[in-house]
Design a protein around this ligand. Structure first.
Ligand SMILES: O=C(O)c1ccc(O)c(O)c1
Ligand SMILES: [Mg+2]
Length: 613
């Protein structure tokens, strides 16, 4: 299918937007009128620039408040239209979007609307232009697509058809199934946007919170399936009004948009019954099965090693060519890299390794979804690596650790046990990692993990922090083998607060009480949880006096869901990272979000107490 995007979806000047759309590989563009009005490019310039970039101008929009009006307004509307037709001729655009009338002057009369739209279509035909009528979800009298279709059918003019917009249809909760009854040749255009479920006024929701398909909660895939079944063969065109995308770099947003469309087409092909590979070039997702490692970049290995030692890890090896230590316990492996520039401001989580059945296939999938592929060979002696960069810059390595059928990243490490002997602790594996995302890349990141790695997004949460709000969304495999918590802080964002960029690695313990005691015995600092938390916990749950006392004494936090329980605690923060120790029982699926506000406040209090400068 042809792929298009509306200029309103991107930041910058019209010239910047066109460049970004072209660079991302789109076939066409919708010119949003405001972008043209504010541009010093003439319509002819725009036409040439688009052509040079390999783009067709698929739509000019919007033309507002035209239909179902008294005669004087009709005359003014037709006059206005003639001017727009002239601009469109200069642009080389042949399709004009007319959105349903929102003005108080509009009359609730479908026959009148049909008659006047027919008249407009007749005038448009003289210029070789087609009118695509769109029901805005907040239109004065026409606010749903089927109502708009009845008007278009009544007008019965070859130059009048429908513009369907997934947002307006899905936001109103009207049944999209009836789309199938519209003849494909009467659907002139299809606009696509997703949005997070937000109980708010629909106009405000549309103008500020739209996002690319796959980033929100609407079933855009199902809608496209309905539309394609009509025989529609025009472009799939993204039209996203979003406060953040308006500010973010256009090149990057355009690429995010393209990733969304590629993934959407795969979903539509699957919905339609074909296999994804039959439908297009996209290699199927290779779902990771677990964490191979987490890599911390640090100015020196010492402070991280101390915490890991207190948790019962042993240093199992050293990289043969770089200052990287491998710390192990059970299947939990932490690399501490003191040779990377990234860690020079204090430890930071720079990379994660994921176990996958086929690392090369994982990279192929990621590459097809526009993820930057990292060099396979880092050093002449190194085992080849399959890795890509996630949107926040985290390196994602695809691994087969110590399997006979594949080279292993562990081959680059020489055994070097310290303290001597095997790890004796209770930690079994990495439960999850929490990655703080730059605020303008949060939706991009959730789409990346969903489409590239086939992880399932969970609900978005808002967690209060003493100085703001943290938004959090987890993505995970079905069985929880890989869990990633994506966080974004809308907190004093411009105050230069360093805790906004905290990341953490959560380690699963088979006996968290023993692990907490081990930390105490080693004299390692853990996050102090206020007594008030435990008073409240006793009010919320009756866990028996003894257990409540134990939680309080060891500083353990508690949560439960309908399946099981969750116990967790936190180490002190080292640089930009800390460890969380967790124990899940009975299939608990969450991340202890109920305790996040207390954790954030405690971390903040600790930071202000400590800060000497
Ligand atoms: O918000 C609007 O006014 C608006 C304009 C044009 C569109 O295609 C649309 O979906 C919304
Ligand atoms: Mg629209």
């Amino acid at each position: 299918m042809r792929r298009s995007i509306a200029t309103v979806s991107l930041s910058g000047s019209l010239a910047d937007k066109l460049t970004a759309v072209g660079a991302a590989g789109f076939d066409g563009v919708e010119i949003f009128e405001n972008d043209l009005l504010g541009s010093d490019m003439s319509p002819e310039d725009v036409r040439r620039r688009a052509a040079d970039l390999g783009l067709t101008i698929d739509l000019y929009q919007p033309f507002r408040d035209f239909e179902a009006v008294p005669p004087d307004l009709l005359a003014a509307g037709l006059r206005r239209a003639e001017h727009k037709f002239a601009v469109m001729e200069r642009l080389g655009a042949t399709r004009l979007l007319v959105c349903s009338n929102v003005s108080a002057a509009a009359i609730d009369d479908d026959m009148l609307a049909a008659e006047q739209l027919g008249l407009l279509a007749e005038r448009a035909a003289e210029h070789g232009i087609e009118i695509a009528y769109e029901a805005l979800a907040w239109g004065r009298h026409v606010d749903d697509y089927f109502h708009a279709w009845q008007i278009v059918r009544t007008a019965d003019h070859p130059n009048l058809g429908m513009c369907l917009d997934s947002f307006h249809i899905l936001a109103r909760d009207v049944d999209p199934y009836a789309i199938r009854t519209i003849p494909g040749n009467k659907i002139f255009f299809l606009q696509l946007a997703d949005a997070p479920a937000l109980p708010m006024d629909v106009l405000y929701w549309s103008r500020h919170y739209r996002c690319f398909p796959g980033q929100g909660d609407l079933d855009v895939t199902g809608l496209v399936d309905h539309v394609l079944r009509t025989g529609y063969d025009g472009p799939l065109s993204l039209e996203v009004f979003n406060d953040i995308f308006r500010q973010a770099a256009a090149m990057r947003t355009a690429q995010d948009a393209m990733r969304s469309l590629i993934a959407l087409e795969e979903g539509v092909a699957q919905r339609a019954g074909g296999s994804a590979s039959a439908s297009g070039a996209l290699p199927p997702p290779v779902v990771p099965t677990g964490f191979a490692f987490a890599e911390l970049a640090a100015p020196s290995a010492g402070p991280v090693g101390e915490v890991l030692g207190a948790l019962g890890f042993v240093r199992g090896g050293r990289h043969t060519g770089k200052p990287v230590e491998l710390w192990e316990q059970g299947a939990a492996r932490i690399l501490v890299n003191s040779g990377s520039a990234e860690g020079q401001d204090g430890p930071a989580l720079g990379a994660i390794g994921l176990e996958t059945p086929d690392p090369a296939a994982s990279v192929k999938r990621a590459e097809a979804l526009l993820a930057p592929v990292l060099p396979r060979l880092r050093g002449p002696q190194d085992a080849p690596l399959d890795a890509v960069a996630a949107p926040d810059g985290t390196e994602v390595f695809f691994c087969r650790t110590a399997r006979p059928d594949h080279s292993s990243w562990t081959d680059d490490f020489a055994q070097d046990r310290s303290p001597a002997g095997a790890a004796t602790g209770e930690i079994t594996h990495i439960d999850h990692v929490a990655l703080t995302q730059p605020w303008h890349h949060f939706d991009e990141a959730s789409l990346f993990y969903r489409s590239v790695l086939g992880l399932r997004p969970h609900d978005s949460l808002e967690l209060p922090d003493p100085y703001g709000l943290m938004r959090s969304r987890a993505v995970s495999t079905e069985d929880g083998g890989v869990r990633v918590a994506l966080n974004v802080a809308y907190v004093g964002a411009h105050d230069g607060r360093d805790d906004l960029a905290w990341q953490h690695v959560a380690l699963a313990s088979a006996d968290i009480v023993a692990t907490a005691r081990r930390m105490r015995a080693a004299g390692a600092a853990t996050l102090v949880v206020p007594d008030n938390y435990y008073d409240d916990l006793e009010a919320r749950y009756d866990l028996g006096a003894e257990r409540h006392l134990l939680l309080r004494e060891l500083g353990l936090l508690y949560d439960r869901d309908d399946r099981g329980e969750f116990l967790h605690f936190y180490t002190a923060t080292i640089g930009r990272v800390f460890f969380e120790i967790v124990q899940r029982t009975g299939g608990y699926r969450g991340y202890g979000a109920a305790n996040a506000p207390v954790r954030l406040a405690a971390q903040h209090a600790r930071r202000t107490r400590r800060a000497p400068h």
